[in-house]
Design a protein around this ligand. Structure first.
Ligand code: ZN
Length: 283
């Protein structure tokens, strides 16, 4: 099942069209995707059992780029991000592979819809295509083997970064440098975990103004999604709606010679196989 936040309403996205969850369930489920995620098993059962009519004939592809789409989760309790989690990206940065996941946060006020504008705060603003995990359960102490059972699903994300602020000081300012306004778009919708049996077998691409800079597979991750979820859950309690940005493959702007940073007018298109496409315009 694919579920979007369309103009603030939880909306199931099918190949035949859109289904407004609250309307079609006569209010049994909330208009809020955040709340639907807490009852995802019930929602999936209802969706698969009921013979639902679409409430809008818009198809998934027609929904790409739609400015009405909001963030998948509006108010996550926690947002995690993983640094240096792709082998080729670590080589490009000339850094040794980490021995355990290296975690920072992107603060919640940086979340935005998948197609919202990106105000560029500096001349060292960079792009990073990322697979984003959305948690579906309260969980602690997950083993790698059962970690994915606590995942609600997956979406496409961008981890926009101001490299100057990110690298400032010692220790550096990773979290702040990645939390400017609209630095954390997610979307276009949540694809539930039952449809993605292996999140480490997805293609991931990013282009800027028509030039492809990132083109990789999530199989290049140093730590798999299951390993990241397990690692985090053995320190903190994971909660429904928590987001995990799982790192970016090689090819982001500061890895280019000369660096290719973002400037107003750039169009950043990020796509992950089976999860869809998001588009930001830099302003
Ligand atoms: Zn990143």
């Amino acid at each position: 099942m694919r579920i979007a936040n369309l103009a603030g309403r939880a909306t199931i996205v099918t190949d035949q069209g859109l289904i407004d969850v609250a309307t079609q369930s006569n209010g049994a489920f909330s208009t809020s995707v955040d709340k639907c995620i807490r009852h995802l098993d019930n929602l999936l059962t209802w969706f698969h059992a009921a013979d639902l009519d679409v409430t809008d004939p818009t198809t998934p592809i027609e929904l790409y780029g739609d400015a009405r789409l909001g963030p998948i989760v509006v108010n996550p309790q926690q947002i995690f991000a993983v640094a240096l989690n792709y082998r080729h990206h670590a080589e490009e940065m000339k850094l040794a592979l980490p021995k355990q996941p290296t975690i920072f946060t992107k603060w919640a006020s940086s979340l935005c819809g998948p197609n919202d504008e990106l105000p560029v705060p500096s001349d060292t603003t960079d792009f990073e295509a990322e697979l984003v995990v959305v948690m579906g359960a309260t969980a602690r102490g997950l083993s790698v083997g059962n970690a994915l059972t606590a995942v609600a699903g997956y979406c496409v994300g961008q981890d926009f970064s101001d490299r100057t602020l990110q690298m400032q000081g010692a220790p550096a300012q990773y979290s702040l440098g990645k939390s400017y306004r609209n630095f954390s778009p997610t979307g276009p919708w949540l694809t539930t975990a039952d449809e993605i049996p292996n999140p480490n077998d997805l293609s991931i691409q990013c282009s800027v103004s028509g030039v492809e800079y990132q083109n990789s597979m999530t199989s290049d991750m140093v730590f798999t999604v299951a390993e990241i979820v397990s690692y985090l859950s053995n320190v903190v309690e994971l909660r429904p709606g928590d987001l995990i940005f799982t790192g970016s493959p090689h090819g982001s702007g500061h890895g280019q010679t000369p660096p290719r940073f973002l400037k107003p007018g750039d169009r950043i298109v990020t796509e992950i196989g089976r999860l869809g496409r998001i588009e930001s315009e830099a302003v």
